[in-house]
Design a protein around this ligand. Structure first.
Ligand code: NAD
Length: 505
């Protein structure tokens, strides 16, 4: 059933995992298997990068930078426009491969490719808007301004759960900013990366092949990018543990990092909330993608007056969701990515109950091929240590509150700070949640769940989420270097702050 799709995307039984301006065969590293998490079976094999061939990808990006930085940004945007069109043509195939390799449902697989296309469109517009400032100089006959130059090749390390969209957040913007990219995707999702490389090569080859490079491998390859001086920026998406390791390596060489790490997202459900709306939002945010989004809802903080009623309805909705093959129409629950994720889910459910949590529904592995678990709700209390952690599975902890101040404090009392939401019909509550004393997250929503962000905004979070911002708004500034310029068009040399430094005549 998938053979045609794989062959149209250029996926063979054994694939090279190294593109450095050209595919390198063999790339000399460890062999990886791409698994279909809905069956546990292998889809295809990938020959990974070695240290030496990864170095070739770095050299390719470094060489490409020399000429690409001089191409006017709108012309760079034109190349990105063509990449967007190539993705449009491949959308249904690539979307299906995302579904096949990650287990996310069909509409989410397609949505992820749409996000790539949206990012290309956004970057095309951006290519004419890389604005600097004009600054008032304190000195006569002086003009002061700032301009933005390309930073250099950027390293992009991505996670399994958004195997292609996060690359597009980085690559589309980096390219218009003048930066080639070396991409190290998750070793769990190598085929989607190879397919994307094949699609962009239709636009870039020959001539611009060195702009987008691919090096597939594990942590060692990620660390190789992090340690390499030729990459002034490392943009890394994944767990907080990965972020700490990558940040430490990049800091050793005083490079720049853009970190998009784990979340532990909360939603405050107030007394006045529209419960029908909230039910749909909670369901998508907590169960969608089988709980494997960085923005997945993990903590429901509900007013005690509506808690019983709402949680009963929510549990009924949870139990009506049937697992299925994620590529089938109408299926809402796909698998987790691997057996190890199922084990982490089971361990978290056991531990939550040991810490005093009460299982409301779910809690078990689903008996069918692949890595399926039941969406799970656990009644929790605030001092349960496990509520502080991100378990990358569909487990929702329910906490109750009396006063909004208490709910906001509870909400902010976790180490992560990615996405947050409040459901309320009261203006004052919404404003309090969005105020400086409200949610401490990078994303704060009113009457919208925690997941499913649009690309136009800057995406990212605070605290252990890493502080990075990607995609829209002014996130492009991370990919460029700022230069402050002052020109003197007078005949005198006045010094700033009135300092005198005149040689006696
Ligand atoms: P992961 O941390 O296991 O791996 C992510 C990437 O980092 C992979 O490419 C991996 O090979 C690499 N890596 C891991 N350890 C490394 C190390 N020590 N040095 C260099 N590279 C290393 O994460 P995952 O399981 O693929 O993804 C799930 C995690 O990603 C969750 O925590 C989720 O919240 C987070 N995530 C965050 C965002 C965001 O935008 N904030 C988006 C998607 C996923």
């Amino acid at each position: 059933m998938f053979d045609d799709v794989l062959s149209r995307l250029g996926i063979k039984p054994l694939n090279s995992g190294l593109y450095a301006g050209r595919w390198m065969e063999p790339p000399g590293g460890e062999e990886l298997f791409s698994l279909n998490p809905a069956s546990g079976e292998s889809i295809a094999r990938v020959a990974g990068a070695s240290r030496a061939t990864c170095d070739a990808a770095l050299a390719s990006a470094t060489a490409a930078f020399k000429s690409w930085r001089l191409v006017p940004p709108p012309q760079r945007g034109e190349v990105v426009r063509q990449i967007g069109n190539a993705l449009r043509e491949a959308k249904s195939d690539l979307g299906l491969l995302v579904t096949l390799e990650t287990g996310k449902i069909k509409s989410e697989g397609l949505g992820e490719v749409q996000e790539m296309i949206d990012m290309c469109d956004f970057a095309v517009g951006l290519s004419r808007q890389l604005y600097g400032l004009t600054i008032a100089s304190e000195r006569p006959s002086h003009r002061m301004f700032e301009q933005w130059h390309p930073l250099g090749p950027s390293g992009c390390i991505t996670a399994f759960n958004f195997p292609v969209a996060v690359w597009a957040w980085n690559a589309a913007v980096a390219l218009v900013c003048g930066d080639p990219v070396v991409w190290k995707p998750s070793e769990l999702t190598p085929l989607t990366a190879i397919a994307v490389q094949t699609i962009v090569n239709r636009v870039l080859e020959p001539g611009l092949g060195g702009l987008l490079n691919l090096t597939i491998g594990g942590r060692d390859i990620g660390q190789q990018l992090a340690a390499d001086q030729r990459l002034p920026l490392i943009s890394a998406t994944g767990s907080t543990a990965m972020g700490r390791a990558v940040a430490a390596t990049v800091a050793q060489r005083l490079g720049r990092t853009l970190l998009e790490l784990g979340g532990n997202n909360g939603l405050i459900l107030t007394e006045s909330a529209d419960l029908d709306l909230a039910l749909r939002a909670v369901l998508f945010a907590a169960v969608g993608t089988a709980g494997q989004r960085c923005t997945t809802l993990r903590r429901l903080i509900v007013h005690e007056s509506v808690a019983d009623k709402f949680v009963k309805r929510l549990a009924a909705a949870y139990m009506s969701i049937q697992p299925g093959d994620p590529w089938e129409d109408g299926v809402l629950l796909g698998p987790l990515i691997r057996e190890s994720a199922v084990q982490q889910f089971e361990a978290a459910v056991t531990e939550a109950q040991r810490q005093g949590g009460a299982l409301i529904c779910g809690g078990s592995r689903i008996k069918r091929p692949g890595f399926y678990v039941q969406p799970t709700i656990i009644a929790a209390h605030p001092d349960m240590a496990i509520v502080q952690q991100e378990t990358f599975a569909p487990i929702l902890y329910v906490l109750t509150y009396r006063a909004l101040d208490e709910a906001i404090a509870l909400h902010n009392n976790v180490p992560q700070g990615l996405s947050s939401a409040i459901f309320t019909d009261r203006f004052l509550e919404a404003e309090q949640f969005l105020s400086a004393a409200g949610s401490d997250c990078g994303i704060a929503n009113v009457n919208i769940g925690t997941s499913g962000a649009e690309i136009g905004g800057a995406f990212g979070g605070e605290k252990e989420t890493g502080g990075g911002r990607e995609a829209g708004s002014d996130a492009w500034k991370a990919y460029m270097r700022r230069q402050t310029c002052t020109l003197n068009y007078g005949g005198d040399l006045p010094l700033a702050q009135g300092v005198k430094f005149d040689i006696a005549p």
